[in-house]
Structure formats: C-alpha cells, structure tokens
Ligand binder design. Sequence first.
Ligand code: PGA
Length: 251
Amino acid sequence: MRKNIVAGNWKMNLKIDDALNLANDVINLLPSDNDVEVVFAPSFIHLEKVNKMCLKLGLVNTASQNVCQQERGAFTGEVSAEMIHSLNVKYAIIGHSERRGYFNETNEDLKLKVDVSLKNNLKVIFCCGESLNHREERFHFDWIKRQISDSLFHLSLDDFRKVVIAYEPIWAIGTGVTATPNQAEEMHKFIREIIKKNYGEEVANNTSILYGGSCTSKNSKDLFYKDNIDGGLIGGASLDPESFISIIKSF
Ligand code: PGA
C-alpha cells in the first residue's frame, strides 16, 4: 500500500548552520515509532551536508527543489540529475508552481526534467496546481489533468511507480488560505482516477498524492484524514521544527 510522506520544502531560506540545526532538531524530535516518510528539500548548496546528516541517522530522506532538464554540459549555473544522485539524494521536486510561474517552466520542460531524473535514478515529487482563476472558471480539473498527462503519462508503468504527486493549488501556497479538506480530497480523488485510467488500479492505489499550500499543524490532521491525501509538501511550516513535527504526527 502507498506510503504516507511529509516533505519540507525549505525554498530559498536558511544559511547552512540554520539548515543543519533544523534538520538535527526535526530528527531528534521524531517519535521512535514514526512510520511516515519524512523528506527535507534544502537549497542545492546545502543538499550535500543535510543529506549526509540524514544518511548517517537513517531517518529522513532528502530532495532537490529542482533539476536541470539537460543531462550535462555547457549550462552555466545549472545542476544535473546525475550530480544530485551522486550525493545519494532520493528525490527531485519537479514542477513547483514557483518554478512554473517565475521561471516559465512549461509542461514540456517538466517532462524532460522527469525523464532525466528517472534516468539518473532519482525518484520524482511532481507538483501540479491551478490558479484561483482556473478554479473560479471551473477549469481546474482540466488544468490538472493536462499538467499531469503532458509531463508524466508518457512514462512506462515501472517508471510511473517512482513518482509521487503533490497537488498544490497556487492560491493556497504561502497565502494562509488552505484548500478545505473536501476541496483537496475531491482533486486527489480525481488525480487517482486519471492515474487508474492510464496505469490501472494497482498503480493508482500505490501512488502517494500529497497536498501542499498553507498546510500547518492546525489543518494537517483534517487533511491527512481524507482517504486520498497521503501527506503533505510543506513550505512555511517546515521551517519550524515543532510545527513540522506536529504535522508529521497528525497521521
Ligand atoms: P506553503 O508552501 O506551505 O508555505 O504554502 C507549500 C509549497 O510551496 O510547497
């Protein structure tokens, strides 16, 4: 059966000492019977040190926040999937709405990023999400379907098994406005149905679908209680060890 996952997206925050302290604090506060997969996504330059700490203690995995769609070569300033995997990092987050919005990443670019990540043995946390306009125009289901099918549905069944989906409505990210548990569940159920149509019931039931967007210790219990919500991709609230731990404990 699918895993419950809580991933902290640290975005462009924290100097190295703060990042290591945060990782250390969370690891120390983890309950001994924790069975939720916990993931930290620090910035690229902190990834190696944070990952080393996590590997040593063996309780948390890490993710990069992005990856270059090119395999290697003359792409100044970029970081390749091969480099990330060489640090023994487990996941790459692909398609975050801040990447799509501020850096103009298209579904086609993201498809390439997914492919190069899987080819280099990284698992993928693939983000999708609609704007408020799309939701108000009742276009949100079509929008999500397009994001997922354009960037993921070319994958073989075996490769698709290495993908975690994060549904993050753009209007909820960093705004303090969370999708209600029913709104999130409705979309997660829809996502699971389209996966089922493409890859069958077994794969659909085994795919973890995370919610993201102003998820905090105040609303995580109600969200994670829903059948199709298998955890969260947490921004702001992942920067505070106590808040992040209480989100992990809400299963
Ligand atoms: P937030 O961010 O929890 O601060 O809304 C979530 C995300 O962007 O992944």
